[in-house]
Write a protein that binds this ligand. Sequence first.
Ligand SMILES: *[C@@H]1O[C@H](CO)[C@@H](O)[C@H](O)[C@H]1NC(C)=O
Ligand SMILES: *[C@@H]1O[C@H](CO)[C@@H](O)[C@H](O)[C@H]1NC(C)=O
Ligand SMILES: *[C@@H]1O[C@H](CO)[C@@H](O)[C@H](O)[C@H]1NC(C)=O
Ligand SMILES: *[C@@H]1O[C@H](CO)[C@@H](O)[C@H](O)[C@H]1NC(C)=O
Ligand SMILES: *[C@@H]1O[C@H](CO)[C@@H](O)[C@H](O)[C@H]1NC(C)=O
Length: 266
Amino acid sequence: TARVCPFAGILENGAVRYTTFEYPNTINFSCNTGFYLNGANSAKCTEEGQWSPGVPVCAPITCPPPSVPMFATLRVYKPSAGNNSFYQDTAVFECLPQHAMFGNDTITCTTHGNWTKLPECREVKCPFPLRPDNGFVNYPAKPVLYYKDKATFGCHDGYSLDGPEEVECTKLGNWSAMPSCKASCKVPVKKATVVYQGERVKIQEKFKNGMLHGDKVSFFCKNKEKKCSYTEDAQCIDGTLEIPKCFKEHSSLAFWKTDASDVKPC
Ligand SMILES: *[C@@H]1O[C@H](CO)[C@@H](O)[C@H](O)[C@H]1NC(C)=O
Ligand SMILES: *[C@@H]1O[C@H](CO)[C@@H](O)[C@H](O)[C@H]1NC(C)=O
Ligand SMILES: *[C@@H]1O[C@H](CO)[C@@H](O)[C@H](O)[C@H]1NC(C)=O
Ligand SMILES: *[C@@H]1O[C@H](CO)[C@@H](O)[C@H](O)[C@H]1NC(C)=O
Ligand SMILES: *[C@@H]1O[C@H](CO)[C@@H](O)[C@H](O)[C@H]1NC(C)=O
């Protein structure tokens, strides 16, 4: 009868594929993810009734402590396997001030026992932001402006900001936006009911200090044939508000005329 080798049907953190443990069969080993085979991936039952080579073990995959990129610090790192890390453990980097990160801040211990690609930290400078026409800009009083520094913009009277008030030095070395100052509009009609942000308002009251650049209102116009009213939009663009041609302003003496805004909509 054939020699029988020792039972080898169980491999901790792995699996064994076999038919029987008799001479001259071969059995195969594999490990679960997160473990590597410390030994050969197959063994043969010899004439002497011994496994050759010997039965392996599945050992946990570990990564050595990660190297830290230049201008970076480890923000999150906790070795879980003595001084090393287990498979799928993570570590998180942070760049020094004035430096921006390129790549992923999080690295992961891979099945190869190394870490995923390290990010890079580079010093990033932004040029001084230019003062907008008819406005001003404030930024930190420093010889050089760096990544994440902020600048704030404002406009002189009669102008309003087109863009955000605050901008930030981005990692590309430019400002997140460059707002400009646009002229406000004088309301060119004495009296009109208009729709502003979904509400009917008296233009002369709502905008007695002028309309800001970008403000949009809808004027009421009459359709004479059908005796109904419709609206047309007008927007203040850098000091100019074009009144829709269909809008007719009534003289305050023409009290017998019905304002378009009081006529039923078309
Ligand atoms: C072990 O692996 C070898 C090579 O892949 C294959 O030929 C053999 O059938 C496998 N044996 C078992 C018992 O799965
Ligand atoms: C961790 O590293 C330190 C310094 O290199 C060493 O003294 C210590 O024995 C290591 N610990 C383990 C568990 O490997
Ligand atoms: C960074 O890596 C982590 C872990 O590998 C991943 O979950 C995340 O989506 C990555 N982030 C980016 C921005 O690629
Ligand atoms: C990790 O090791 C594998 C296998 O040696 C290699 O292909 C891969 O490039 C390495 N990854 C990194 C980020 O160095
Ligand atoms: C900043 O510079 C990048 C690359 O030159 C460009 O693609 C991007 O549009 C710029 N961003 C702004 C807000 O100007």
